[in-house]
Design a protein around this ligand. Structure first.
Ligand code: GLV
Ligand code: MN
Ligand code: MN
Ligand code: MN
Length: 393
């Protein structure tokens, strides 16, 4: 028995931190992100949870003794939707409260830090789970050159100690699907089977900055021309090694000096690719490095790679999946399915330490990482009810 009104009220309150149009701008360690975490810690305390911020700003609300851990993240993309991460955290808080009120099993709550990869790939849960050394994380830079060490120092005054995974029996993360599958099928719930793997690296192409009027075309070493050829080359050459679910993205581009009358001397871009198969991820990497290397050579551009970050694909725990599936069957009979996740989640990291499972609710129009991201209220509530039933069972 959850309190849907209380859940919705908290979910909408969280939306006010960094609100921008119908979405949020709440990147990790920004002022609204930290303010949201402080507010969430207050809600946790009210629910009788002992709050703890670890050294990277992951926020835990703990029940005594052994408990199930539930949650997600409250940081956002530079332009994020209001539910990405937030839904899973407030759903967890509501299930924890409801379970305590009814004498159910103890549920602890977490909001991991920097899931959205301001500094890398799900940095907060990667450090917490031991997948990434703190010293390594500290050296990572965001796109404006701020280090992870500098950013997390902004939360140092809140740090209250580490949280060991051994106090938890498992981890369940609820999340919006962020894709079109459930919405198009008119279904309410997805029980996740696997989460895809990801690779991400920064690439720098350096040519020769020069005058855009006087430099003949054949003498140019133009970094933007290099980027354009790479983007087209990848479309052509990756086709031979991928499946319809493989994806690759050049999502961040920085051009220097970015002026109409200057042949661009330098381009820094993000190169990201995802697939459910470890070997295919490696084959994609070979093609990507080949294409980039060949273009750099053709155009006389110097080439530099940043660190290759990533997470391998992981399977969800079958026992926890079964419990979510039986609860989904009660809440939305005939309107749920098993499905893989193409988005990344903290659950991938937590799987290093605990059995993990995930539950999806639909995303309207399949839109996410955009202010327009949304989910029908009835579906959000069905998700929380399903979690509560699974926990009770
Ligand atoms: C993070 O939300 C990702 O899947 O990119
Ligand atoms: Mn998310
Ligand atoms: Mn996201
Ligand atoms: Mn994500």
């Amino acid at each position: 028995m959850i309190n849907a009104e209380r859940f919705l009220s908290d979910l909408h309150h969280l939306r006010s931190f960094g609100a921008s149009g119908s979405g949020v701008v709440r990147p990790a360690y920004s002022e609204p992100d930290i303010a949201a975490r402080i507010w969430l810690a207050e809600r946790m305390s009210e629910a009788g949870l002992a709050t703890r911020f670890d050294e990277v700003g992951n926020l835990f609300g703990l029940r005594d003794g052994q408990s199930l851990l539930m949650g997600s993240h409250t940081d956002s993309q530079p332009e994020g939707g209001w539910l990405d991460g937030a839904f899973g955290v407030i759903a967890a808080l509501e299930v924890s409260r409801a379970s305590a009120e009814r004498g159910g099993p103890p549920v602890s709550v977490v909001s991991f830090q920097d899931e959205e990869g301001r500094f890398g790939v799900t940095t907060g849960s990667a450090v917490w789970s031991g997948g990434l050394e703190l010293a390594e994380a500290d050296a990572l830079l965001d796109h404006s050159g701020v280090s992870f060490a500098e950013a997390r120092a902004r939360m140092e005054h809140l740090t209250s100690g580490p949280v060991d995974a051994s106090r938890f029996t498992g981890f369940i993360e609820a999340h919006i699907e962020q894709g079109p599958v459930l919405d198009q099928a008119g279904e309410t719930l997805g029980v996740v089977t696997d989460i895809v793997g990801i690779r991400d690296m920064r690439v720098t192409l350096t040519g020769q900055q020069n005058h855009a009027g006087t430099t003949p075309m054949h003498l140019r070493r133009d970094a933007v021309q290099g980027l354009a050829r790479i983007a087209v080359g990848l479309e052509e050459r990756l086709r031979n090694v991928v499946t319809p679910t493989s994806v690759w993205t050049i999502g961040h581009v920085s051009v220097s000096p970015n002026a109409s009358s200057i042949v661009p001397g330098k381009v820094v871009f993000s190169m990201q690719w995802r697939d459910g198969d470890l070997e295919r991820l490696a084959r994609m990497e070979e093609v990507i490095r080949d294409v980039i290397g060949e273009v750099a050579e053709q155009l006389g551009l110097a080439l530099e790679y940043g660190p290759l970050l990533g997470l391998d694909p992981v399977a969800m725990d079958t026992g926890l999946q079964l419990r979510l599936a039986s609860a989904a069957d009660q809440v939305a009979p005939g309107k749920w399915r098993h499905m893989p996740s193409g988005a990344l989640h903290d659950a991938t990291n937590v799987a290093r330490r605990l059995p993990v499972a995930m539950l999806f609710v639909p995303s309207i129009g399949g839109i996410s990482h955009d202010f327009a991201e949304d989910t029908a209220e009835a579906d959000l509530i069905a998700g929380v009810e399903t979690l509560a039933r699974a926990v009770a069972q």
